[in-house]
Design a binder for this molecule. Structure first.
Ligand code: MN
Length: 134
């Protein structure tokens, strides 16, 4: 099962993304602050993190830097959730170590498919092993 951690303080957006992901079979963990998000990430080691920028305790990019500087979580993809109005946020996100970004409001028709592209792909990695076993 693929586990995704959403770090987002806006309850409506948090619930929207959670519903979308759960409908598509993902296991979802939620955090409403950066500090909580970092703690949960280190504890559960999710397959991917969705990171809001405007969080109550610190900017999402600061939290991303903490995650990327930690040996425990450095390999976990972090995808930014940036506000559509904030031109330049996308470039800033990638430069700061995010692996990708979504602009809010998210497009519910393409969100899950796009997110899947950011996931490590265990199917591809496992295929040769399964073929050898047959
Ligand atoms: Mn926010």
């Amino acid at each position: 099962m693929i586990r995704i951690l959403i770090i987002e303080d806006n309850l409506l957006n948090l619930e929207l993304v959670t519903d979308l992901l759960e409908e598509n079979g993902f296991i979802v963990y939620q955090a409403r602050t950066a500090g909580e998000g970092v703690r949960v990430a280190q504890h559960i080691l999710p397959d991917l993190i969705l990171m809001d920028f405007g969080l109550p305790d610190m900017h999402g990019l600061e939290a991303t830097a903490i995650l990327k500087q930690s040996e425990i979580t450095a390999h976990v993809p972090v995808i930014a959730l940036t506000a559509h109005a904030m031109k330049g946020d996308e470039r800033v996100a990638l430069e700061a170590g995010c692996d990708g970004y979504f602009t809010k409001p998210i497009d519910t028709r393409t969100f899950v498919e796009t997110l899947t592209q950011f996931l490590p792909n265990p199917q591809t990695q496992d295929t040769p092993l399964k073929s050898n076993a047959n």
